[in-house]
Design a protein around this ligand. Structure first.
Ligand code: ADE
Ligand code: ZN
Length: 320
């Protein structure tokens, strides 16, 4: 029974985890005009990757105080725990904090308070991955890396880059990843979502990452899949997101199982759950129902997530 399985999520954007209800609630707190952000059913309105990113930025902009961010992580991590998750990591973004008029320190402390409160209430363990936004450009990504390196926080344990993969080349972010790596942070980058195998290969060549966000389109190149297997690279697969954004017609067409069967270290996550009508429980359920994954295979995904988590070793041992 999927509902009983222990779960973990490595790939979720904290601003992308805010439900329409929470965005409306916090937006009302600050008198933000949300006209056009929702469709007639009350869900976020978007129709392609670019309009998704725009809706995401508008929704993110309602969060303005440390308390708003505390409510966001508390709600998200509590909902993860309610679906059987024992561990989660969220991508956070100093760019979004600045756009909301908050310092990085206040932003992180607000988010951390929600993570600590959710752990106290449910036992779930959470960490944060500081993230540069690719379509904001290499200079802003460098600032994001310098910020996280200069202002360490015990719950910020990783660095990554998200955003529009069709822009810029990984070599443009190599300095940012070097700075973050030297600061002791775990490294991951979005690649192989809207870019093909060459985008994943370039990320591996230039960025020193141990994990790839998505990476799903590696399946288009057998040599690359072999390299991913040999190097033990962990793929943060997000099937529901890939289907919602039009990469595959349905979960049944998703390469999760083929990547797993090739020997890749696969994990499963929800990416931006309310945008894609997803959740960690839904993702595990879809893999079981539509790809026929066994409970053992799903438990292995959870174990791989914990093995690849950006946490200290005592915490990892406790979770495994
Ligand atoms: N930011 C939030 N969700 C994303 C996704 N699916 N791909 C790239 N950047 C993102
Ligand atoms: Zn993502």
């Amino acid at each position: 029974m999927v509902a009983q399985l222990l779960k973990a999520e490595l790939h979720c954007h904290v601003e992308g985890a805010a439900s329409p209800e929470l965005v409306r609630h916090v937006g009302a707190r600050h008198g933000v005009d949300l006209t056009g952000l929702f469709d007639e059913q009350g869900a976020f309105a978007w129709h392609d990757f670019t309009s998704f990113l725009n809706a995401y930025d508008r929704a993110a902009a309602v969060f303005r105080t440390p308390e708003d961010y505390r409510d966001l992580t508390f709600t998200y991590f509590s909902s993860l725990a309610a679906e059987g998750a024992i561990y989660g990591e969220v991508f956070i973004s100093s760019d979004h904090a600045l756009a909301s008029g908050l310092s990085y320190r206040d932003y992180v402390e607000g988010l951390a308070q929600g993570i600590r409160d959710a752990e106290a209430a449910t036992g779930i363990v959470g960490r944060m991955i500081a993230t540069g936004v690719r379509h904001y450009g290499p200079d802003r990504i460098l600032v994001a890396a310098e910020t996280v390196a200069n202002e360490p926080h015990p719950l910020v344990t990783g660095f990554g880059v998200a955003g529009d993969e069709r822009m810029h080349h990984p070599r443009d972010f190599a300095d940012a990843f070097r700075i973050a790596g030297e600061a002791g942070l775990g490294l991951t980058v979005h690649a192989g979502e809207f870019g093909g195998p060459e985008s994943v290969r370039a990320a591996l060549d230039h960025l020193g990452v141990t994990r790839i966000g998505h990476g799903v389109r590696a399946i288009e190149d057998a040599d690359l899949v072999r390299r991913i297997v040999e190097e033990g690279i962990v793929l943060e697969l997000c099937p529901g997101s890939n289907v919602a954004l039009g990469l595959y017609p349905a979960i049944a067409d998703h390469p999760y199982r083929r990547l797993q069967d090739a020997g890749a270290r696969v994990t499963v996550s929800s990416d931006d759950p309310p945008y894609f009508r997803s959740s960690i429980g839904a993702e595990y359920g879809w893999l079981s129902r539509d790809l026929g994954l066994s409970d053992a295979a799903l438990e292995q995904a959870t174990r791989t997530s914990i093995e690849a988590a950006f946490v200290d070793e005592p915490t990892r041992s406790r979770l495994l």
